[in-house]
Design a protein around this ligand. Structure first.
Ligand code: FES
Length: 117
């Protein structure tokens, strides 16, 4: 799913940047992936994804899991929508464009109906 339409950056790239490249802030994402450098409508979503990945990494570490972080798209979308409503209560919801393949969860167990790999 594209998070930054201006830079054509999807959530998977942001997850990877946080998990593997040590990105922790939107400012670092701006430098690393060119996210939130133009219209900046994606800044809240990028911040939410960073927080979700960091929380998942902490939970995985606590549980001794070494697998890569996998965010469920529904959870991610709900968290983004809630954050956007909190920061911009009168703004229209931002449409997110699903990418052809969404790397978010295990298609064998996922029942969300989204396109997963
Ligand atoms: S959508 Fe990210 S800068 Fe415009």
């Amino acid at each position: 799913m594209f998070i930054c339409n201006c830079a054509a950056v999807g959530h998977a790239a942001i997850v990877k940047a946080v998990e593997q490249d040590g990105v922790r802030t939107v400012k670092q994402l701006q430098i690393k992936l060119n996210v939130a450098n133009q219209c900046k409508k994606c800044a809240i979503a990028a911040q939410v994804i960073i927080k979700l990945v960091l929380a998942a990494m902490a939970a995985n570490k606590k549980a001794g899991i070494k697998a890569p972080v996998q965010l469920h798209i529904d959870v991610m979308l709900q968290a983004i929508a809630a954050a956007e409503r909190a920061k911009r209560p009168n703004a229209r919801a931002i449409q997110r464009t699903p990418a052809a393949k969404i790397a978010i969860c295990d298609a064998d167990t996922c029942t969300c109906g989204n396109t997963c790999r």
